[in-house]
Design a protein around this ligand. Structure first.
Ligand code: M6R
Length: 369
């Protein structure tokens, strides 16, 4: 059942190109237009929406954080992202024109379910992004956009995360299409890239051996930090979460711009710091900023593990370890930059003798508070 892999997690990491392709299947037509038949919420309601609120837990929350960048950029609808466990006990401001997106692999997470009930009671429309057919969260939502990752068995979420991203991108692009916002060359280029991104994920998977070797060499470490900017920031959070749950290591993700506001005090000799570097093209301001951040932490002794696009030469002098990922449009980069972090955490867990598929104290589906 593990298809020749030692762990379900390894199998599920390897299945990501297919999971991504399956989630795209039938949703982009030949001319680059999107059809999301399952989104039963009438286009008129989507056109009227004046606010989007994303609720989720754990890895799904990280997908939501990334979705915010895409939604606001492509649709110009203000978007908030909140942990379901916080949202459900707050008094949020929602109305008939609020669209709530509940993201959940299992469709059974108690906090997310309670948060969506809380939202519907106040008249908001709820759309679920879910991987499990017929589970409670889609059943209680106004509409559902299924991710087609197939069953995810390992407690640590991998392929479900990538497909949650794909579903959120599709949804954001669909909202843009329905509302007629920014429906121009940029969007067409993104849709084209998205349609073939599974192949890029495959290419990343083919080059992971040095990442595994690096992970094994760090098995004795106590702490690993992760830095990113823009969509790379939630990717850093996700890399840290994977390491916590699998390797039981102290791992934290930071927005690189926050370094000087505290985290830089943690930097000491030979501390591994993973840095997710944005594309050097287009958003060069961000890229320059992160190169300075890498210089700053390295000058203080950090061992830098740099994840950067192919052809990005500016980072080379400051990278103790360099992991290459294919060039993608900025907003889509998490689909490729997350993969090395998953492999890294899985290998570290194995090297530390941990149970990869069933980490201690965790359950696949959190149906209690
Ligand atoms: O089934 P859900 O997507 O609602 O689950 C949410 C979290 O419990 C889940 O993503 C958790 O954080 C994973 N173990 C992360 O790998």
């Amino acid at each position: 059942e593990k298809g020749g892999y030692d762990y379900f997690m390894l199998k599920e990491i390897a299945e990501q190109p297919k999971a991504v392709a399956d989630t795209l299947l039938g949703r982009i037509d030949g001319s680059g237009r999107l059809t999301l038949d399952e989104v039963r919420i009438p286009d008129a309601v989507l056109r009227e929406a004046d606010k989007i609120v994303i609720i989720a837990c754990g890895t799904a929350f990280h997908a939501g954080l990334i979705a915010k960048y895409a939604i606001e950029h492509w649709t110009r609808i203000p978007c908030e992202v909140e942990l379901a466990s916080e949202f459900r006990y707050r008094d949020p401001i929602l109305g008939q024109r609020t669209l709530v997106i509940a993201i959940s692999q299992s469709g059974e997470t108690m906090d997310t379910l309670m948060a969506l009930r809380h939202a519907r009671e106040q008249g908001a429309k709820v759309l679920a992004v879910c991987n499990t057919n017929g589970s409670t969260i889609p059943r209680e939502s106004d509409a559902v956009l299924y991710t087609h990752a197939g069953p995810e068995v390992a407690v640590a979420s991998t392929k479900a995360f990538l497909t949650q991203l794909v579903a959120c991108y599709l949804l954001a692009l669909y909202l843009g299409q329905v509302r007629g916002t920014k429906w121009g060359d940029e969007i067409h280029a993104v849709v084209r890239e998205l349609a073939r991104i599974g192949d890029e994920v495959e290419r990343v998977l083919e080059t992971m051996e040095p990442v595994r070797a690096l992970a094994r060499s760090l098995a004795h470490k106590d702490t690993v930090l992760f830095l990113g900017r823009h969509v790379g920031y939630p990717v850093a959070l996700e890399g840290a979460l994977k390491l916590k749950e699998l390797a039981y290591m102290h791992a934290e993700g930071f927005a690189a711009g926050e370094l000087k506001h505290g985290p830089i005090a943690l930097i000491e000799e030979d501390l591994p710091v993973v840095v997710v570097v944005p594309s050097p093209k287009g958003r060069s301001v961000l890229h320059d900023k992160i190169v300075s951040n890498i210089q700053e932490i390295r000058a203080r002794g950090a061992r830098t593990i740099v994840i950067a696009e192919e052809g990005d030469e500016a980072v080379v002098p400051y990278a103790d370890h360099l992991v290459r990922i294919p060039a993608t449009p900025t907003l889509l980069q998490p689909l490729v930059s997350t993969v090395p972090l998953q492999v890294f955490a899985c290998e570290l867990a194995t090297a530390r003798g941990n149970e990869v598929d069933q980490p201690r104290n965790l359950a696949k589906s959190v149906t209690v508070e």
